[in-house]
Design a protein around this ligand. Structure first.
Ligand code: NG6
Ligand code: CA
Length: 504
């Protein structure tokens, strides 16, 4: 009897230690959501109850950053722990790009694999597929997510506004029909499909002038790039949230008995915003607002599922965005005209593409009910730090030459300390900035001051810029002339970090 009791106690103990060491991780990564887009971050014109609930049970970060102000580089950093500006070819990728994540290095998902997790990605990828531009869309598409650490993948290749407008499950286009082969080209028209340029009367949402989202029409929307064939495989934008949600839930359901890592990478509120009927008109802010409500709903559905499976307590949910907000990013979707006083970037200056704060300071919430204390953290943090932080949590030693820009922040992520990074580099579309002790220095550069298409201030200037983020979060007063010694120090430090070599 004593022996049995001892065994039971032993099992219970090891069970609890095991569960603490190996939480499931659901990383919800949304596309182009701004610092001011959620009610838990102060939005008043839109309410996001599910994400607010997540924030109430976890840690809400006010000083968390993506590495970059656009998607591909931010995601590259997330996967590798290497600053993307160290590596050529990590800018916004076309839909036919080759894979840019190395297949012979530790990645965020392969870390979890090494720790015995089942790993999956559902949603946007945008890191390339195959080993060259010219590829056979009708055969096996690899290397891709499955070759860099995901046991399961259900993705779209690039962005919702780029062809091919199809889903890829593991290595194959979903609903592929060999009698209607897919062809993709970014330079010239292929096939006879109408384009937004030639047949604007066929569009259900017009492209904005000069943005060029007027190539092949798929589901009544002009895309960037040309495709032909694959008619059965083409997605319906309005169904996308459900498609991804169902796949995410299936992945969770089939792995509920073992530790899993799910990277659930939603397209909202990136363009084209074409919400499902359930959400159209619901926000009164146009389709961009509706897409945010739709995204919030999807987060709530995942939370509900985890609860009903009884695994919510030991599941860490991370919620964040790949870059800051943009209103007109290619389509006439009323994002500007129906803004109604909403401020997607909150008090921050700039937006997507910008070296100003709104480009890369993004919402981040982490909830692991059995571990995180609820509260607000002001710690300086970057998404690049997930690599080193999870290495620590999973007790998988990082390879020395890998993830060299990543810092272990696991105790910050769990809300156990407020002591974040001391230094961080942030990347706009043409310039870098360095942050230290709440001072932010933007290097002088020749890039345009404003992106005329999106009407976003890019943070570029031929002169050095220095902002005191503690007292001037809106970056209104350039103190570079008054504080020349800080400019000198930060410019030197930025150069030193740039000069550090990586093996990749
Ligand atoms: C830009 C597109 C924009 C968007 C962005 C990628 C133009 C004029 N604009 O090049 O619409 O697709 O790329 O966004 O083509 S991201 O969030 O994936 O980085
Ligand atoms: Ca993005």
């Amino acid at each position: 009897m004593k022996k049995i009791k001892a065994i039971i106690i032993c099992c219970l103990l090891s069970g609890s230690v095991f569960s603490q060491q190996k939480p499931n991780v659901v990383f919800i990564y949304v596309d182009d959501l701004g610092y001011g887009d959620l009610s838990c971050y102060g939005a008043t014109k839109i309410t996001t109850p599910n994400i607010d609930k997540l924030a109430n049970q976890g840690v809400l970060f006010t000083n968390a950053h993506s590495t970059s102000a656009t998607c591909t580089p931010s995601r590259y950093a997330l996967m590798t722990g290497i600053y993307p500006w160290r590596k050529a070819g990590t800018g916004i990728l076309p839909g036919d790009a080759a894979l840019i994540v190395p297949t012979n290095k530790t990645t965020l998902p392969s870390l979890f694999q090494k720790a015995g997790y089942k790993t999956g990605i559902v949603g946007k990828w945008h890191l390339g597929l195959g080993d060259q531009l010219e590829k056979e869309w009708n055969g096996e598409l690899k290397p891709g997510p499955n070759e860099v650490g995901f046991d399961y993948s259900y993705i779209f290749p690039a962005t919702a506004d780029r062809v091919p407008s199809v889903f890829v499950e593991n290595h194959t286009v979903v609903a592929l029909d060999i009698n209607d082969p897919i062809q993709v080209d970014y330079a010239k028209k292929v096939g006879t499909d109408p384009t937004g340029k030639e047949n604007p009367e066929l569009l259900k949402m017009r492209s904005s002038p000069n943005h060029g989202h007027n190539n092949t029409i798929v589901n009544g929307i002009g895309r960037i790039g040309y495709m032909s064939g694959g008619n059965k495989a083409r997605w319906t934008d309005e169904e996308m949230p459900l498609t991804f949600l169902v796949k995410a839930k299936e992945f969770i359901e089939s792995n509920k008995k073992q530790p899993f890592f799910l990277y659930y990478s939603l397209t909202e509120p990136h363009v084209p915003r074409m919400p499902s009927t359930m959400f159209k008109g619901k926000s009164n802010l146009g389709y961009r607002g509706d897409a945010i409500l739709q995204m919030d709903w999807a987060v709530g559905e995942i939370m509900k599922q985890l609860e009903s499976l009884g695994i919510a307590k030991n599941t860490m949910i991370i919620f964040s965005s790949d870059n800051g907000p943009v209103l007109d990013d290619g389509y006439e979707d009323e994002a500007v005209s129906k803004l109604n006083g909403h401020t997607p970037g909150g008090v921050l200056r700039g937006g997507k593409y910008s070296t100003f704060e709104a480009g890369t300071r993004i919402p981040m919430i982490i909830s692991w009910p059995s571990q995180t204390k609820n509260g607000i953290s002001k710690a300086l943090l970057s998404q690049i730090d997930f690599m080193a932080s999870f290495s620590k949590m999973l007790k998988i030693k990082p390879v020395k030459s890998e993830a060299t820009d990543s810092e272990d922040m696991i105790n910050v992520l769990l809300g156990k300390t407020n002591k974040g990074r001391t230094v961080l580099i942030k990347q706009g579309i043409t310039s870098l900035a360095i942050v230290k002790d709440n001072w932010k220095y933007i290097e002088p550069n020749k890039g345009p001051e404003i992106n005329l298409l999106t009407n976003i201030e890019l943070g570029n200037s031929l002169l050095p810029q220095l902002y005191d983020l503690e007292n001037d979060l809106g970056e209104k007063n350039n103190l570079a002339t008054q504080k020349a010694e800080i400019v000198f120090e930060l410019a030197g430090l930025l150069q030193k970090i740039k000069d550090q070599k990586t093996k990749d």
